[in-house]
Design a binder for this molecule. Structure first.
Ligand SMILES: Nc1nc2c(ncn2[C@@H]2O[C@H](COP(=O)(O)OP(=O)(O)OP(=O)(O)O)[C@@H](O)[C@H]2O)c(=O)[nH]1
Ligand SMILES: [Zn+2]
Length: 304
C-alpha cells in the first residue's frame, strides 16, 4: 500500500493578515500559511495549497500573475492585490477628498497595467455636488471615467450603474476613509459583514477589524467577477516606481515622451524639455507635474 499523497488544491487568496492567509478552493475556505517567512502572497493570487488538515494548508506555489498592484514607503513595498483588471477610486461630495491620493492611485494603476475609474459617491449631498464635479473634471479630461452614485440615497440606481462595470472583471475599491466604500461593498455583497466576521475569526485578527484586504466573488455577475475591498488609507506611497515607470504612468505625458532634447531627460529643469513646454502651455496641469516631481524624489529615497 502506498502512503496517500498529500492533497494539493488550487485556490484563490481572499484575505491576508500578516503571514496568515485565507484561501477559497471551490467554496471551501482554507486557512493557509507560507513556507518559511515568506510574505509574498497577495489577495487575488491563485495558489497551489498542500492540505495539512481538511481546512488548513501550506501555500506551495503562486501562479503567474496577470497584474500586481503595490504601494510602498521608503522601507518596503507592500502587495495590495494580484490579478486585478480594474481599480475604482471612491471619492465623495463630503468629506472632501485628497487630490494627492487620487492622483497617486491613478499612477499606481497605470504602472500596474490596470484600468482606473473614479466613483463619485454621495451625489445626494447637493450643496457640494457642483464643486466636487469641478474638482473631478481634470481626471475626466485625462480619460478616466467618473461614475456618479449615491450608495445611501439611491441604492438601486447605484447597483444598476456598478454591476455592468464589475461583470467579468477583477476589481478593487480604494479610497480615503469616509467616502462610502463600505456602503458600496454592502450593496454589492449583502452578506459582506458576515464574511468579514468569518474571515476575522479564521485569520485570528483578534478583533472584528476591517483593516485587512479581502476579496468577494460576485457569482451573480458571471464567472470571474470579483471585488476586493481594501482598508481606507490616507497615503499611497509609490517609492517602488522607477523613473522610467513613472513617466510612463502619467498618461498626459505620453504625447511628449521621446521629444525632449536629452534622451535621459528627467523633465524637471532640463532645457528643451517637451514635458516642461507642455506644462508651460497648459497642456499638462501643474498639479500633475508637481506630483511627478514629488514621486521622482520619492523613488530616489528607497532604502531597499
Ligand atoms: N449622504 C450620503 N451618505 C453616505 C452615502 N454613502 C455612505 N454614506 C455615509 O458616509 C459615511 C461613511 O460611509 P462608509 O461606507 O462607512 O465609508 P468608508 O469609505 O467605508 O469609510 P471607512 O469605513 O472609514 O473606511 C457613513 O456615515 C455613511 O452612512 C451616500 O450615498 N450619501
Ligand atoms: Zn523632458
Amino acid at each position: 500500500m502506498s502512503k496517500q499523497a498529500s492533497q494539493q488544491l488550487q485556490a484563490t487568496i481572499i484575505a491576508a493578515h500578516g503571514r496568515h492567509y485565507l484561501a477559497d478552493a471551490d467554496g471551501t475556505k482554507l486557512q493557509c500559511v507560507t513556507r518559511g517567512k515568506k510574505t509574498n502572497v497577495a489577495v487575488g493570487d491563485i495558489v497551489h495549497v498542500t492540505l495539512t488538515s481538511p481546512d488548513q494548508g501550506v501555500i506551495d506555489k503562486i501562479a503567474e500573475r496577470k497584474t500586481l498592484l503595490y504601494r510602498s514607503d521608503q522601507y518596503k513595498s507592500k502587495l495590495l492585490a494580484a490579478n486585478l483588471t480594474q481599480l475604482f477610486i471612491v471619492v465623495a461630495t463630503e468629506p472632501g477628498f485628497a487630490d494627492d491620493l487620487v492622483s497617486r492611485s491613478l499612477v499606481a494603476a497605470e504602472a500596474a497595467g490596470i484600468k482606473a475609474h473614479l466613483i463619485l459617491n454621495k451625489t445626494d449631498v447637493t450643496e457640494s455636488l457642483a464643486r466636487t464635479r469641478e474638482r473631478l473634471q481634470p481626471y475626466a479630461s485625462l480619460g478616466y471615467p467618473v461614475h456618479e452614485v449615491s450608495a445611501k440615497g439611491k441604492p438601486e440606481e447605484t447597483m444598476a450603474i456598478l454591476k455592468p462595470l464589475l461583470a467579468g472583471q477583477s476589481s478593487i475599491l480604494i479610497g480615503q476613509s469616509g467616502m462610502g466604500k463600505s456602503s458600496l461593498i454592502n450593496l454589492l455583497v449583502p452578506d459582506a459583514d458576515i464574511a468579514v466576521r468569518e474571515i476575522s475569526a479564521a485569520l485570528d485578527t483578534g478583533k472584528h477589524t476591517t483593516t485587512f484586504t479581502r476579496l468577494y466573488q460576485l457569482p451573480e455577475l458571471g464567472p470571474d467577477s470579483s471585488i476586493i475591498d481594501s482598508p481606507g488609507f490616507q497615503e499611497f506611497g509609490l517609492y517602488h516606481l522607477s523613473e522610467g515607470m513613472l513617466e510612463r504612468a502619467f498618461v498626459d505625458f505620453e504625447p511628449y515622451l521621446g521629444k525632449c532634447k536629452y534622451y535621459n531627460c528627467r523633465h524637471l529643469i532640463e532645457p528643451q524639455c517637451a514635458i516642461l513646454e507642455a506644462v508651460a502651455e497648459g497642456k499638462i496641469t501643474k498639479m500633475r507635474h508637481t506630483l511627478y516631481g514629488q514621486l521622482l524624489h520619492e523613488s530616489s529615497q528607497t532604502l531597499y
